[in-house]
Design a protein around this ligand. Sequence first.
Ligand code: HEM
Length: 515
Amino acid sequence: MKMPPWTILLAILLGYVCCKIVYRLTLHPLAKYPGPFLAKVTSLYSAYRGWHGDIHLDIVRCHSKYGVFVRYGPNRLMVNTSRGLHDVYGYGKNVRKSKSYLSMVPDKHAWSILTLIDKKTHLERRKVMSKALSDTALKSFEPEMLNHMDVFHEQVAVAEDSEGWSAPKNMSVLCMRLTFDIMCEFGFGQKTSLQTDRTLDFIPEVLKNYSWRMGIYEQYPKLARLNAEGFARILRIGNDLRDKFEEWSDRFSEVVMNRQDGLPKGQFGLIRDLKTSNGSFLPHEELLAEGSFLILAGSETTAITMSALFFYLANNQSIYDKLASEIRSTFSDISEVTSGEKLLSCSYLSACVTETLRICPPVPGIPWREVEDGGAIVDNHYITTGLNVGASMYSLHHNETYFPSPYKFDPSRWLDAEGTEKQKSLAYTAFNPFSLGPRGCAGRSMALLELNLLVARTLFCFDFRLASGRLATVGRGHSDKGGLRSRENEFQLFANITSYCEGPWIVFKRRGVAG
Ligand code: HEM
């Protein structure tokens, strides 16, 4: 009997897939490691988790079920120890950024500091970026940063009831607008007014969608080749938002890219005017990619941490009181609440910020690294060339070995107290919200400055608390949601390439207003 050609093709394809699955389960160098069955045979498993936004929770579940090393993709191994963390991300390790970052490179020349895989080119870029984000640059920008925070406070200051409390405010929305405006002026010298101009509300929405897509592609880069954006455009899905955003970003980049003297530059000017080793400027596509990444990197992450800080302070009265008392006794006028000795002396503030970054790391998933020629040792395990290794920040930050009662918001774990030194230094070995080593966050100081200043200035000028009724539940876990989303006192993260969050809804009252 003669078989039709398509049946033969199908049989060959099926045979190939079966062989691949058998290989991945038996002879593959990672075959001996435990993990979810589907994750061993296809990266679609983690892409599905990325699509759901609960990849960080699934990783915690997998480590508690399978142990320290878990196979989380056919070629991917994750580890949940501080030694593993430092072996993968520390300086001088035999790894580079994984090829999955390529899925975030839209065009041939559109690298950004985040996606650059080549170590030498990255180092050159990093030197310029470090200068752009140096303490000196931050200090000279601080007055503008404070202006943006004043606008933020004007928005929450309007009293709505007879006791002087404001209407409920959605912190994740207000914080994103604030950090976006700060980033655009710091990086590009542009005043974007997202805080006050409601016609620009499409921008955070577009950025959120973009991060969500990138989060999925990072897990399964082949999906990027399907060109979902192209199809969405043809099918006219989301075209309104996209058109508005493209129009806005074209206008924005026209000004930013203009090298004429006298135009506002911002710190990004240093990258724009950077000449490569052959004496030419970076290609236009690369500058655009770099600019977009900087806005995302600088705004989403910091906004999530700010929102989480409001959530945990409003939900923990004794911590709120202790912090308010520290701030109000350290400063005697709002003009004093700036960077410097007094702010640095607020040890409880610093502990609250650190604890928020621990319990709610804005990059909760795994920044994958690829092992280079010669292999690498990760927590005493030899890993072969070409495989991907990584550690999830959320999972490590909830590992009981380093953080007893990991789901409890407890700033005191970062304070000096007799008998706790050992536990505290152990905690620091696993604390990693900004990643570490050569690819660690270049904007750490900027983020910490924004976080400390916003909280200190808010508590100096205002009292705040959770909004009442249904709004008080936004952002928290719920028993109905089941599993790892059921913790009511945990601020819920939805992980993508960074993450997004909802709420909390907070009401404010200017201090000194009688009620
Ligand atoms: C709480 C706020 C922030 C957190 C938690 C955070 C976290 C991170 C993490 C985990 C990475 C490594 C990502 C990877 O390996 O794939 C990273 C990279 C980076 N971040 Fe941040 N970030 C924050 C704020 C900022 C800010 C305000 C900026 C300012 C522009 C910034 C600029 C960068 C840059 C340039 C890189 C790439 C570094 C490199 O590859 O050399 N970040 N960040």
